[in-house]
Design a protein around this ligand. Sequence first.
Ligand code: NAP
Length: 244
Amino acid sequence: MTPVLVLGGTAEARALAGELATLPGARPILSLAGITRHPVPSKVETRSGGFGGIDGLRRWLEIHTPAAVIDATHPFATTMQDNAIAACRQAEVPHLRLLRPPWPNRPSWFLMPDHDAAARHLSPGARVLLTTGRKNLAPFAARTDVIFALRTIEAVQGLPDNILPMTARPPFTDEAERGLMERLELTHLITKNAGGAQVAKLNAAEALRLTTLVIARPPLPNAEITDTVEDAVVWLRRTVAMRR
Ligand code: NAP
């Protein structure tokens, strides 16, 4: 069986690994960062934890000799993305970046280049639903004149007084999101342009006329890129066939 490394942590990675498991001769190995203590279960062989940078991943590739690496990590997981590109080049392993399309801009959005700009944009007294994850919280922590409700899948410890933790696992409905925003008397939503199906918060914020600040996607990597699971499967079939 030919191993194929799928870098995961997203719904697409799970879907892709599941698809690859049905291909004759393919043995997908789904890789998770190991940050989430209770990840969504997968029937596919799974490894967990960082590789140890570019060198660690290159060594992993040399030991496990996968036919290809498909990086289906989150569009904002740029360290893993860049490490995978470099390690695959060094180890001469075919590499594909699976990047789900960004959400199309909505007229009501304010587009932000980064977290700092989003934090600077807020007016004193703002009450914000923050869905940007557990990283890069410093600019928001510094806005002690603003209250943030930080929504993550698992609890985040050690937050400053102005960032209130909230745990919830998607999917969410438009109604539930509207209810949350009304109950907490929110004035703003800050989100990254993750793309994908989870748009209820965007719809609810728009319906309630909350100010929505959307952090732009990182630049596209210098790599072969696809945006659907189906195309990634086609790419893998072609790549494996060419190497036979
Ligand atoms: P990151 O900054 O790009 O990566 C940080 C380090 O985490 C990497 O250098 C690598 O460690 C390890 N890592 C990341 N993804 C990995 C994977 N799939 N398998 C093994 N090691 C991995 O990543 P991040 O933004 O912290 O995201 C971490 C994970 O959460 C990713 O798998 C991503 O798909 C998922 N996720 C991220 C976001 C987001 O907004 N960034 C949202 C939802 C899910 P080593 O250098 O030691 O190899």
